[in-house]
Ligand binder design. Structure first.
Ligand code: ADP
Ligand code: MG
Length: 269
């Protein structure tokens, strides 16, 4: 902590508090710092969590939030993760700002491809996102996508019991995960599909009054119609990603090889 100065708290997420900090050496450099209490973890577990974040730090891609630094603080009680500060807000708020007006297809495709490229990048490095949602997709001032919070869910799930951590949002949860099957690369693809649907329809594909109702809709893959303003090719991408059977659901690389999308990667990627 001796290297950073806290400017302000910007939120408290499912795992801990989030702050804007700046570097003591160069105060013009601002970052976001997550402070995660590691209550109830053994020294060995703490070490392994720290090592895992160190591994995540090696992942660098134009469309992901880079993890810059991590260390234990507060008498070894908190894990602090320092990352890029994304000042353009998150995709969830950006979608809400359209107030139900359709977002132009070109914009949707541009965002979607960048998120998919980020997911492909981490997947080819054998890292799962595990918490993909529009609130974890950030925009830079110039409108570039930066995917955040990848891989941390696993580090942190070890720190708390599952019941507590799954109070994060279940809206993006895949049918297999609703059935307590292990999380896989395909589960990230499902969440990616939920994000795409949200960009097109302005709302979540699956929602219900209670968890039971939600899981039932997810299991059936039952979502409302997508506005007809979008091309059938883009709507087909939603259908593919929201395939309930994970074996039949495409991986992110095969999704991006789809002619319709790969043609546009040349323009936007
Ligand atoms: P959640 O569990 O909802 O993802 P987080 O702990 O990730 O919550 O984030 C809490 C708050 O901090 C949110 O409002 C989020 O937008 C903001 N935030 C998180 N990471 C960053 C970042 N890298 N840049 C800017 N804001 C961020
Ligand atoms: Mg987050």
């Amino acid at each position: 902590m001796e290297n950073y100065v806290v400017e302000k708290k910007i939120g408290s997420g499912s795992y801990g508090n989030v702050f804007v900090v700046h570097s003591k050496i160069d105060p013009s450099k601002r970052y976001v710092m997550k402070r995660v209490p590691m209550t109830g973890m053994s020294a060995k577990e703490k070490k392994s969590a720290n090592q895992e974040v160190s591994l995540l730090k090696t992942l660098q891609h134009p469309n992901i939030v880079s993890y810059r630094d991590s260390f234990m603080d507060n008498n070894d009680k908190d894990l602090c993760i320092v990352m890029t500060y994304c000042q353009g807000g998150d995709l969830s708020s950006r979608i809400k700002a359209y107030k139900g007006q359709p977002i132009p297809e070109e914009q949707v495709v541009r965002w979607f491809i960048q998120i998919a490229l980020a997911i492909e990048f981490i997947h080819t490095r054998r890292v799962l996102h595990r918490d993909l949602k529009t609130q974890n997709v950030f925009l830079t001032k110039t409108g570039q996508i930066k995917l955040g919070d990848f891989g941390i869910a696993r580090v942190l799930n070890k720190t708390m019991d599952m019941a507590q951590t799954s109070i994060g949002t279940p809206l993006y949860m895949s049918p297999e995960c609703c059935n307590s099957k292990p999380y896989s690369f395909k589960s990230d693809v499902w969440s990616l599909g939920c994000c795409l649907y949200e960009m097109m329809a302005g709302k979540h594909p699956f929602s219900a009054r209670d968890l039971q109702g939600l899981f039932l809709k997810i299991a059936k893959g039952q979502y409302g119609p997508i506005p007809p303003t979008y091309s059938s090719k883009l709507r087909l991408v939603v259908e593919k990603t929201l395939t309930t059977n994970p074996q039949k659901r495409p991986g992110v690389t095969s999704l991006l090889q789809n002619q319709f999308l790969s043609r546009q990667i040349i323009d936007y990627g």
